[in-house]
Design a protein around this ligand. Sequence first.
Ligand code: ADP
Ligand code: ASP
Ligand code: MG
Length: 402
Amino acid sequence: MGLIVQKFGGSSVATTEKLKLVAEHIKKELDLKNQVVVVVSAQGKTTDRLIAEEKEITKNPSAREHDVLVSTGEQITIAKLSMTLAEIGIKAISLTGWQIPIVTNSNYSNSRIRYIHNETITEYLRAGNVVIVAGFQGVDENGNITTLGRGGSDTTAVALAASLAADRCDIYTDVDGVFSADPRIIPEPKKMDTVSYDEMLELSSMGAKVLHNRCVEIGKKYDVPIYVKSTFEKNSIGSLITKDNNLEDLVINGVTKDDYISRITVVGLENKIGRTYSLFKLLSEHSINVDVIVQSFGEHITKDLAFTVKMNDLPKTLEVLEQNKEAISAKEILHCENLSKVSIIGVGIANKPGVAADMFEALYENNINMHMVTTSEIKISVLVDANKADLAVKALHEKFFK
Ligand code: ADP
Ligand code: ASP
Ligand code: MG
């Protein structure tokens, strides 16, 4: 008898009919004499709707109450799925994050799991239940409800698989695995049968939202085999995320896009040692996450610094910078909204001459302007206008996969 963790995302549990399909996937594992722990997301676009409703009340919600609100979607799904299973004679019990408990730190909206108490789950499993867990949520050490960040139910699932030493974690979603680009943008992307944890981490971190990047980190750390499969396609084989990687001879593994990015330029910083440090210390004191950073050479009396933040963080960042303009010795603060980061991902990209030139050529041929460029061992990313981002993904996919 094995132990399998299955996770079903928002589109897989969107309607009563779809819940019945989910129940069939669960039944299949039970028929194979496996124990099953199921993690579910909120139905369809419930979480988006809750956030929109919150915005009708306030632009500045308390972080604690925000998490209390957005965690409710998953509670509806666990109860409905438990009832759906009962209807076909399967014994099941629903559990919220705090009932288990899944204990996190207190960083609301982006909490990290500290530990999971397995006892409640294992006792219910031993008594012959399917255990249905609300994804995306936890509880901090003071008893406050927390959430793990958008897309965080994947992380709940893999963390549970690691904690319970499950045989594998199956992530059921609306696509048949991990592809070379988002199938919603590229009509026929290349399906990957296996993807290494490191490659998947880059793909997820750069915007391939098919897996929450932190679930891949946990999978890698605790060696959890993760399968990404389709809920809707019969006999879906999906993709396996694992240590092994048989794609080494491929230079580029994927093209990704990350939206809602803004760029801030701090103009005329004094060209003195420590100025860059004080600027970023200030941002970190306000918990502002900075991504791409470009600094001018600093050959003159002043230097300019450009960096990106998520559009959500833009108002707060501008406010902090304007309030501290003199303290950081800046002349002007400029910003630009509605950018996207488009990346090509591949092991050893840095060691393949010509890849960057090919990437820039594809963008040039499609008349796409690059606002910033950044490279690492495993990726090259460019910032482009959001309305050109899909075109950029198509151009790069055409260049590297045709
Ligand atoms: P769920 O609700 O099941 O968690 P998500 O919407 O979070 O599903 O993630 C699945 C989506 O990820 C797909 O519908 C697809 O559009 C998108 N996606 C982006 N990049 C990729 C990729 N490289 N491979 C597969 N899917 C991708
Ligand atoms: N419901 C949450 C979200 O929409 C978590 C998840 O689906 O993974 O982000
Ligand atoms: Mg998701």
